[in-house]
Design a binder for this molecule. Structure first.
Ligand code: RAM
Length: 348
């Protein structure tokens, strides 16, 4: 498994400064390495690469952008991050249009909806901008490449196996997801439902609710789930925002130790809930590596080293060589399980 912890540690000192710069700037974003204004989209030396996460203010995307920025700087290009405050389906359109007008070389986008930003992305591509999706894909005909954090079946399986183990293999569970249209969460939920039905017939998924990758909404939805379903034994939250909010709610309630919380979280956000016994184990990949790989892939497209065709290969700095798979998808690696025994080893 590629898990570039060395690089994470080396950059740890920058984390606070980067988080301060990268959050709270929904309208202006941040640019380093020069200005991306007035570039020439389509030119093979235009390494102006703009990241557009689902929303700003989410530590997961702060970390992926940190990796993206490190890669763009290694490549001698210009990194920028812009994006909306809320993870709604078409909130990214205006940011895509502005970056296109500025003549960036590539956009690296995590989509809140598979279709809603497609027209804007295809206009960008018509203007010569390379489009890489990462984390949450669009439909395949509106991007050149998708950088997938891990195999979707594997992401579904690890979360279901974790909850099954934590609730003793039977009982009611619920899912607290991100936004209702999120491509990545919806793919994982569908696969979790299939895997539950085939492997764990004694576990019943009673409800799926959406916290919109907003902390307060996710917190309130957790409270509502627990009130509506008094026999609930566990919640899977396949979003770093949702799992942290759910764990925070349960940690100070009578449900602590009785209702299991698992899913996908960042070690830094989950540490206190693992240490206080609210959470036993959860999973994720390294978002910094994901952003780093996405930036290298964007640069390879800009330079014309690859087109996004299956079998194309490119170098991704510290992470080594990657090959483009079917449907123009590049796979980062495997999900990883964090628990009380290993969480102290991670800082992201
Ligand atoms: C949230 C976002 C992101 C997802 C992670 C697991 O930060 O929804 O898209 O990949 O959780």
């Amino acid at each position: 498994m590629k898990f570039a912890r060395k690089r994470v540690t080396a950059l740890a000192g920058l984390a606070m400064a980067a988080a301060l710069v990268l959050t709270g700037c929904a309208d202006t974003g941040t640019t380093t390495g020069g200005s991306s204004d007035g570039g020439s989209s389509g030119s093979s030396d235009n390494l102006a690469i703009t990241f557009i996460p689902k929303n700003l203010g989410n530590p997961y995307f702060d970390t992926s952008s940190k990796g993206g920025k490190a890669a763009v700087e290694e490549l001698g290009g210009t990194f920028a991050e812009v994006g909306p405050a809320e993870a709604t389906p078409d909130a990214q359109v205006s940011y895509i249009n502005t970056a296109t007008q500025q003549g960036v070389g590539a956009l690296v986008v995590s989509a809140n909806d598979p279709k809603a930003i497609c027209d804007a992305l295809n206009e960008a591509r018509d203007a010569g901008v390379k489009v890489v999706t990462f984390d949450s894909d669009t439909n395949a005909d509106c991007r050149d490449l998708f950088i997938n954090q891990a195999d979707s079946e594997g992401i579904a399986k690890v979360q279901v196996d974790l909850i099954a183990e934590q609730i003793g293999g039977s009982g009611e569970i619920a899912i607290l997801s991100a936004s209702a249209n999120a491509t990545n969460q919806n793919t994982w939920i569908e696969l979790m439902e299939e895997y539950l039905a085939s492997e764990y017939p004694d576990i019943t998924l009673v409800e799926t609710v959406y916290g919109d990758d907003d902390d307060q909404t996710s917190f309130d939805k957790t409270a509502a789930l627990l009130q509506t379903h008094p026999d609930l034994k566990g919640i899977i939250s396949p979003t770093t925002v949702g799992i942290a909010a759910a764990a925070r709610y349960v940690s100070t309630s009578d449900y602590k130790g009785k209702v299991a919380i698992t899913g996908l979280g960042t070690p830094n956000q989950m540490r206190e809930y693992v240490e206080d016994g609210t959470v036993t184990a959860f999973a994720l990949w390294n978002p910094e590596d994901l952003g780093y790989l996405a930036a290298y892939a964007a640069a390879a497209l800009i330079k014309g080293d690859i087109t996004g065709a299956e079998g194309d290969t490119f170098e991704a700095g510290d992470l080594g060589e990657y090959t483009v798979g079917a449907d123009s998808v590049v796979l980062l690696g495997d999900p990883y399980v964090f628990d009380a025994d290993n969480i102290a080893d991670f800082d992201f």
